[in-house]
Design a protein around this ligand. Structure first.
Ligand SMILES: *[C@@H]1O[C@H](CO)[C@@H](O)[C@H](O)[C@H]1NC(C)=O
Ligand SMILES: *[C@@H]1O[C@H](CO)[C@@H](O)[C@H](O)[C@H]1NC(C)=O
Ligand SMILES: *[C@@H]1O[C@H](CO)[C@@H](O)[C@H](O)[C@H]1NC(C)=O
Ligand SMILES: *[C@@H]1O[C@H](CO)[C@@H](O)[C@H](O)[C@H]1NC(C)=O
Ligand SMILES: *[C@@H]1O[C@H](CO)[C@@H](O)[C@H](O)[C@H]1NC(C)=O
Length: 447
């Protein structure tokens, strides 16, 4: 994916002039934008997604990898956003990632290529509104560049080259470009946004951008706090906030939900039903949504975890980020150990005959009609309490086997991550304007 076919000529600058016309939007009538959010394969083997997850975050964790069940249907542990881009619109599925900023799609320079598969990539030459930024444009300074390519600003055809790295070393590179996107609004009508800055990716590599974890995706929609993320670009007009519900994708039929640019309080959920916690600032990591954990209880008992375990240190290490692009939840090791001990002590269910590789605590519930699992609560800075249901942290790894879906992270270099499984069934509102994260058990049923 993302590799240029030898049959295809290199892409040249199409029409830089259209860039000058491209900065207005037709968004003025919309309250908020609705983008469908889906899960590619509800009947997947989770272990494939999880092993990619652990590879992605392996630098954080003491175990290098999880096994992949061979022969199992492979799928992705990711949530995908259904984006319409180009003129006429092309439909692409992008991983929704609050842990990065760049919006990019896998691009093809093919034009009328007989062997091209529609919806397999973005066909830039089939769009009347596609235009790469020139390397001398101010917008080009928003992205990191490959080292060896200097900008010759007297050359007309000198596209802005980007190279964007993810924390596991995965990377995407190509031309930083501008395009028109089409959205549905709250009132069900389509509107166009003419100035999306995005990466037209010709090359991508690394564990989180290839193989089963990326199966079905054509790129990544960065939803982070940085200036080039999707919500930052649509920004002000929609109150600098967005929200989503990540639905439980083991349900059948798989439920649909939406990424809503413009936030949850737009009539979707009454403000009173949303709990908030302030976003924590880490100047060394301007992309991530950090929240502060104050304490954890398991089965109503507060665990003796020092507050320093959750803190961001002066080097920018530690802390807790909310990441839609990671499946499992990773917790600082001292906290993880206390939580693991608490579950071991409180749950009196039979253990499976064999351990499940990659998980420290599993139960065999096949002979138990209604297995009772203790509630875990996170008390957050500001006093709100996040109480996920046990299905958000006990994963069915095999028929009748439930495993505690937490992983330890080594301090001081690592940081804790609230992954997408832990977020399931809650509406999350990322409010940059008021620097807070909202969450609610209500609001996910609304289409
Ligand atoms: C490409 O396709 C368009 C529309 O189908 C057609 O008008 C055009 O002539 C084709 N160009 C080439 C070079 O085949
Ligand atoms: C920049 O491009 C111009 C026009 O193509 C060319 O004449 C010039 O030699 C180039 N400069 C460098 C440093 O490559
Ligand atoms: C908007 O919603 C309608 C009806 O659900 C759908 O047919 C259309 O494809 C959507 N458009 C976009 C841009 O998502
Ligand atoms: C952004 O926040 C400020 C104060 O924090 C508030 O006055 C303003 O109305 C907010 N803007 C939007 C669009 O919500
Ligand atoms: C789980 O327990 C059942 C009996 O309740 C047993 O038949 C089965 O083999 C056990 N499975 C594992 C993996 O231990």
């Amino acid at each position: 994916m993302g590799l240029r076919s030898p049959l295809c000529p290199p892409l040249s600058v199409l029409h830089i002039l259209s860039l000058l016309l491209a900065l207005s939007t037709d968004l003025s009538t919309a309250d908020y934008l609705k983008i469908p959010l889906l899960h590619r394969n509800p009947f997947q083997s989770l272990s494939a997604a999880l092993s990619a997850d652990v590879r992605r975050l392996s630098f954080l964790c003491r175990r290098p990898e999880l096994p992949v069940t061979s022969g199992a249907p492979l799928g992705s542990g990711q949530y995908l956003v259904d984006l319409r881009i180009g003129t006429p619109p092309q439909r692409l599925l992008l991983v929704a990632d609050t842990g990065s900023d760049l919006v990019w799609v896998s691009c093809s320079a093919c034009h009328n290529c007989s062997n091209h598969v529609p919806e397999s990539a973005f066909f830039a030459r089939h769009s009347a509104t596609f235009s790469p930024h020139h390397c001398f444009d101010s917008a080009c300074r928003l992205v990191p560049h490959p080292k060896h390519v200097p900008c010759n600003h007297t050359r007309l055809h000198s596209p802005c080259r980007y190279e964007y790295l993810y924390i596991d070393g995965s990377s995407t590179s190509g031309f930083f470009s501008i395009e028109t996107t089409t959205f549905n609004t709250s009132s069900g009508s389509e509107v166009k946004h003419r100035g999306l800055k995005f990466g037209c990716g010709f090359r991508s590599s690394g564990p989180s951008l290839s193989g089963p974890s990326f199966n079905g995706a054509h790129g990544v929609m960065g939803l982070g706090l940085g200036p080039i993320s999707m919500p930052s670009q649509l920004g002000r007009r929609f109150g600098d906030r967005f929200s989503y519900c990540l639905m439980d994708y083991t349900l059948s039929p798989p439920p649909t939900s939406y990424l809503m640019i413009g936030g949850a309080s737009n009539g979707v959920v009454s403000g009173k039903l949303i709990s908030y916690t302030p976003l924590q600032i880490n100047p060394l990591s301007p992309t991530f949504y950090y929240i502060g954990i104050q304490s954890v209880t398991v089965g109503g008992v507060k665990l003796p975890i020092s507050p320093s375990v959750w803190a961001i240190d002066e080097l920018g290490n530690g802390g807790t980020v909310v990441d839609s692009g990671t499946t499992l939840t990773f917790l600082a090791e001292p906290a993880y150990d206390k939580i693991l001990t608490a579950f071991k002590r409180r749950v009196k269910l039979p253990k499976p005959a064999l351990p499940t590789l990659g998980f420290d605590l599993c139960f065999n519930v096949s002979g138990v009609s209604r297995p009772s699992l203790p509630r875990m609560r996170f008390k957050l800075v500001g006093g709100s309490v996040f109480t996920p249901p046990p299905r958000n942290y006990f994963l069915d790894t095999a028929d009748g086997i439930k495993c505690l879906a937490l992983q330890p992270v080594t301090l001081p270099s690592g940081f804790s991550v609230i992954g997408n499984l832990m977020q399931q069934g809650f509406l999350f509102e990322f409010d940059k304007n008021r620097s807070r994260l909202g969450f609610s058990r209500h609001g996910c049923a609304i289409p």
